[in-house]
Write a protein that binds this ligand. Structure first.
Ligand code: KG4
Ligand code: ZN
Length: 337
């Protein structure tokens, strides 16, 4: 079975081909990605209307590129998958519209995929995929969740952020520090030159026995610190503040993940979503997991942020689990929230 998957929930257009036979592990045959980062940079964040228009321009050429890499023609595709949500409504509608239009022309079914399920299952595209069950830490620009995952479609939410997501905390703090968009990687880069112990920043909910997160206060603390430092703030202080911000986010993510491991008694941790690309998080989690005898799995670095491969993969795994509700009607409903 050959699946063509489209991702268009935010500012990346991703298309990929994943194939499988029976219950064999699905394989990634081809993929193409276009990031809109440069286009949105001038505005300091994603402009939804521009994002939608760019998805329109990119979707079909990227599909052609992914198919060419896979060595397949469009008629070899058996199922067209697309991101149903959550994400920007207009952006989602472009991916859904293109996927359903293509499927209708080819007389093939479509499958809408939950964006977070795509992230969650993305480590199955790596050379060393996890086994079920595992604890998953999902850390993206819009979500921060801890889940217990017993199999495809068997997800139990253990805890989540009550306000900002971890990626949002990176992005908003980066903006306050005058760094460009997207802020996460920029803040991480500046942090390598600073001291993470230089500023004492809050770690909300760290000592609560639950598995929830709160990051909104961190952004306020970064703002207050910058105001206190005043207009003469120097480069070294900015680097120290970046490092201290990253240290606060990373400590909370690591401690809560380890608490989830203890509470569930599971010995595998999967980290997915854009913030999973953060080197400091990977380092600290690696150490904590080694201490506790836990194996930690990540998607390949280029599959941490949004891409089409994770959507095609989630569709393939849903099909194999007998959980795919395939539609030939091509009513392309999206679920932005
Ligand atoms: O998963 P993703 O591509 O999109 C969403 O579904 O939200 O995640 C994007 C988020 C952004 O907030 C971005 O700043 C953050 O992931 N991010 C990082 C790094 N790379 C991406 N945050 C910290 N360090 C990084 N290296
Ligand atoms: Zn995402």
């Amino acid at each position: 079975m050959n699946i063509l998957g489209f991702e268009s929930s935010c500012d990346e257009t991703g298309v990929a081909v994943v194939a499988f036979e029976g219950q064999e592990a699905p394989r990634l045959l081809g993929q193409a990605l276009h990031s809109q980062v440069q286009m949105h940079e001038a505005y300091g964040g994603v402009v939804p209307e521009l994002a939608s228009r760019d998805h329109v321009r990119r979707a079909l050429p990227l599909a052609e590129a992914a198919l060419a890499e896979a060595g397949l023609g469009v008629h070899d595709i058996d199922l067209v998958a697309f991101t149903r949500g959550p994400g920007l409504a207009g952006a989602l509608l472009v991916g859904a519209g293109v996927a359903c239009g293509l499927a209708a022309a080819l007389c093939r079914p479509t499958l809408g995929v939950h964006h977070l399920e795509g992230h969650l299952l993305s480590p199955f595209l790596s050379a060393d995929p996890p086994e079920f069950p595992f604890v998953a830490l999902l850390v993206s620009g819009g979500h921060t969740q801890l889940m217990r995952v017993d199999g495809v479609g068997h997800y139990e939410l253990l805890g989540e952020t009550i306000d900002d997501a971890a990626g949002e905390a990176f992005d908003k703090s980066a903006k306050l520090l005058g760094l460009g968009y997207p802020g996460g990687p920029a803040l991480a880069r500046l942090a390598t030159q600073g001291n993470g112990l230089a500023f004492e920043l809050p770690r909300p909910l760290l000592h609560q026995p639950n598995l929830d997160f709160s990051f909104a206060g961190l952004k306020t603390a970064v703002m207050t610190t910058l105001n206190r430092l005043g207009p003469d703030v120097n480069d070294a202080q900015r680097a120290d503040l970046a490092a201290s911000t990253q240290a606060a986010i990373v400590e909370v993510l690591v401690r809560k993940s380890m608490r989830a491991i203890r509470q569930t008694g599971l010995r595998r941790l999967v980290v997915a979503g854009g913030v999973g690309a953060n080197a400091a998080l990977r380092h600290e989690l690696g150490q904590a997991c080694t201490r506790m005898g836990v194996k930690v799995h990540y998607p390949e670095l280029h599959l941490c942020t949004d891409n089409g491969a994770m959507i095609a993969m989630a569709a393939a795994m849903r099909c194999q689990a007998g959980l795919a509700v395939l539609s030939n009607e091509h009513r392309f409903g999206v679920k932005p929230r």
